[in-house]
Write a protein that binds this ligand. Sequence first.
Ligand code: MSK
Length: 638
Amino acid sequence: MAKSCKVSLDPAVCEMVEKAGRLEVETVWDRYQAMLPQCGFGETGLCCRHCLQGPCRIDPFGGEPKAGICGATADVIVARGLDRAIAAGGASHSGHAKHIAHTLKKAVRGKAPDYAIKDKAKLRKVAERLGIPTEGRSEAEIGLAVAEAALADFNEKATEAPVTWVATTVTEKRSKLLMERGLMPKGIDYEIADIMHRTHYGCDADPINLLQAGIRCSLTDFAGCHMGTDLSDILFGTPQPVVSEANLGVLKADMVNVAVHGHNPVLSEIIVQVAEEMKPEAKAAGAGGVNVVGICCTGNEVLMRHGIPSCTHSLSQEMALITGALDAVVMDYQCIMPSLATVAECMGTRLITTMETMKIPGAIHIPFAEERAKEIAREIIRHAIEAFTRRRGKPVDIPQNRSKVVAGFSAEAIINALSKLNADDPLKPLLDNIVAGNIRGVCLFCGCNNVKVPQDRNFVTMARRLLKENVLVLASGCGAGALMRHGFMDPASVDEVCGEGLKAVLTAIGEANGLGGPLPPVLHVGSCVDTSRAVALAVPLANRLGVDTDQLPVVASAPEATAEKAVAIGTWAVTLGIPTHVGVMLPVVGSRYVTQVLTDKVRDLTGGYFIVEPDPESAGQKLLAAIDERRAGLGLNV
Ligand code: MSK
């Protein structure tokens, strides 16, 4: 078995990279090498392609040219580029949420018979939060009102009634601050379109005005994330702790292996249901059954709710196919490499796209419709069974690496676990331990793997450092994927990786919940959209302390960020007052002014700020310092 290698800390990935090399199948790492050296203007954000007179580029060393053909300076070009990245991230997360809102609407109107409201309590809770009357109304009526309120958030709304999925999900203090400082979004689609308008040729040329709009737009991403989480919980259930496994070793040679890949659970939930039903068909084809596994955040969604094993995450998605054991990859959207088509052709995997927003030449396209969800899911699994019949008996290379994972830590599940220590006041045990220093602070790891960083290195190095210093660690998205692959979600690793204070807290909660041992060192809160679950935990904590989120000893980190969604998440975390680390260079360093605003001056506006630090040791140190500063601000021991 291969050990960790230059491109990844994960031995399973290294084993498959070696195999890809032998088979001469090109991987993401090969294409990265071929791309070097990458364009310095693009890397620093100093390239502008917003009009047909360009492209223009500014000399990053202060020489000529100092302005684009239209006169846009480095500050303007960089701020415009950042704004567009935030808008793209916001469009993706909120597009995902809009899709689920439409599904909920169809479900309650009886037009999507394969869907129903699964978490009725959450439906009522969300409705009440939004000010929707629930008394004497049926679930279908409340569900329709919630779906319509969600869809209404996309339009331009009156100033006094802005995006409800922001105004009602942050602290009252924060909501007031956002209103007063012109940062409250008027509508999700409205703000995204506004960014496209103001960054057009010859429009906004004031870097501060541009950044302020970008910050406001980042909250459309937050709204999309929170809405995506809320509506998915209503339709598919709110996650509770569940035991599963992670890494390429979850593939099974004698089963029909189907990976669900992308982000939205609308189809993958149905695939999971139907896979069980179709066992006889799989058996008739000579397989032991249908083995559904997850890739990326669709994988996180079905892991959190059903314990479906996680095969791998974003950067190493090609490696799942290189095993030769994957019969089909079913894709919805986001973070799916088009290169999968070439790898699939080499390895005999059926690649199936399902959404109108995401087609790949070389893949089979089966258009998904909620109205016929089960029928379509069966058609998809039949493709996988057919692929299995061609693969049967041929050698496959499934790495033996598998880590135990305890996932499913929604905010509700965490509060429920804490309630076993104090039923009347579940947050008290958490607060008491923060005050006593058993928990020094909280860090949320989120975001992707990035080809520029040896896969998982920054996540693993930083998590080890913070856990030893008694920081409670939550993780979402591919960050959760990285940490689960390396055993951080296995309760058995608490002894090895956690400091004494944190170990005692995790053990006390685990034992009070009858687990016979501790909670895992890192709590998996879900997919990228579920980064909102960390806010759903921080807000009641802040309210309970009578402070705002910018005073809590809470930090965030995207140490291997890739997607524009990660840029948007990072920006809304800063907007909610959180010190937020990014471990790869953001394309803003071409403007000293913009960099200074993001890492320092923005603090005066929101209380949060970016920490850009590629060295994971030093990044861990900086996050600890930020936590200690917050502790001191609250008068807690440091
Ligand atoms: S999948 S946005 S690579 S976390 Fe959510 Fe992973 Fe980043 Fe996509």
